[in-house]
Design a protein around this ligand. Sequence first.
Ligand SMILES: Cc1cc2nc3c(=O)[nH]c(=O)nc-3n(C[C@H](O)[C@H](O)[C@H](O)COP(=O)(O)OP(=O)(O)OC[C@H]3O[C@@H](n4cnc5c(N)ncnc54)[C@H](O)[C@@H]3O)c2cc1C
Length: 496
Amino acid sequence: MDAGNDEPVIHSKKVCVVGAGMAGLAAARELQREGHAVTVMEQSGDVGGQWLYDPRTDADDPLGAAVPVRVPSSIYACLRLISPREVTGFSEFQFTPKDGDGRDPRRFPGHREVHSYLRDFCDAFGLMEAVRLNTHVMRVAPIAVPMPTSTTRQWAVRSVRLAGSDTYDAAQEKEEEEEVFDAVVVATGHNSQPMLPSGIEGMEEWRGRQLHSHSYRTPEPLRGEAVVVVGCGDSGKDIALDLCRVAREVHLAANASSTEEATTPAIAKMLANHRDVLRLHPRICRLHPDGHVSFADGSSIVADTVIYCTGYGYSFPFLDTGGAVAVESDVVGPLFEHVFPPSLAPWLSFVGLPRKILVPWFFETQARWIAQVLSGRRALPSEEEMLRSVEEHYRAMEAAGVPRKHTHNIGGVDILKMYELGEKYCDSSPIEDWKKELVMSKIASMNDDAETFRDSGDDSENVQKGVQAWRGLAARANKDKTMATGEAEADALGHG
Ligand SMILES: Cc1cc2nc3c(=O)[nH]c(=O)nc-3n(C[C@H](O)[C@H](O)[C@H](O)COP(=O)(O)OP(=O)(O)OC[C@H]3O[C@@H](n4cnc5c(N)ncnc54)[C@H](O)[C@@H]3O)c2cc1C
């Protein structure tokens, strides 16, 4: 605190954000707003992270065994948002429909529209000035020299410019550079590094094609084939439906011991709608060299291709903290509230680790907290208290019978916790009730019918009123923001 008044003294820090996906951009905006000097390093040739669709794949490594994978985005061509745009926008710059070439005004738009929106967001806040594209971060490590004070730390960030290519390829490394920052925010996402199921025998010997959904883009290469899709999550259902248009047979293998157990209302509708081509199976057990695939109920089929839609794991190959923060059984820890490693806080932090959360709202909330702690506006508990809180969290999960691997699955375990965290650690405005209702009702619709929920007009009266009011207010606010940016640019160029 300033001795003379109650206003906190705001300290500006030099901060490196790793990754310019939705989380990295949220971090950049919040850090910039708090007055920090921000540099965002992004290995791709554009911002957007997952939403920067890349028709290329890790074709020579279709199961994604290499760390890191070369192509960061796992988005396939047919992908549409699963959350409506009214709840998928930054709070200062809502995701309003836009007219114009290539824009997609639907409530649940396709991936290109999300990418265009992220570019619009960058333009509205001048974020591109802070972003270094084609810059792969190779190493982040605390600097082991005496610190100015015992409470601060500095970080060496080593990066390499990927001249002539926007995918990471060690063979092409060029222009290596090491810089020093006061703090590093890791925002590298968790939807790039494939996770494969354990317990399937014969994967090594199978002679058919195998790939992870990370390397799936379009169904065309599998035209006329018999394909097994492993996993019934969002990607598994999407890809199975996409394949139904061109494949000879599509076999959906659930993580369940019987088809009865696996038949959710959404899957029952998919099976009814595509009965000529789509079949459901329980857990896959074995791949046989002759092309047979056998399942937990003793049944088997012959397939050409197996696609593993089995999710992604946390991976930070560039992070060298001497074990202060590590990934173990898909848990990043120890982390206070999924953000700060207690022994390195607040100089190292993470945005975007939690799963099944409302984005970018949750990212903004985390980023605002980090920005305010770094500037001195907010304080963290002591290292011991933070560690105690992490241990308590693990104990509470164990007592509730929640497996440790769900540590970061906030929305999947208790969606209310997501809102609670946002309101607890910084002054973000609470999410309106109609938006909370909309989130819950769309999850229910999606679980009921994976094919129609995006286009069904099943909103309650309360939600309809909220959406109506949102459309008007959000469009006006964005227009003001864009005009203000245009005026600022004109001023900077000397035109009134
Ligand atoms: C198939 C699929 C469908 C999805 N659908 C939805 C949906 O409908 N709704 C929804 O809300 N979410 C969805 N998601 C989740 C989506 O990932 C999040 O919405 C959000 O985009 C995550 O943002 P992020 O910034 O945390 O990570 P990412 O978008 O993955 O961005 C991370 C960035 O870090 C960069 N990076 C990584 N390592 C380095 C390095 N060493 N150096 C420099 N840069 C690096 C990457 O290139 C990337 O640009 C989906 C994800 C997938 C894979």
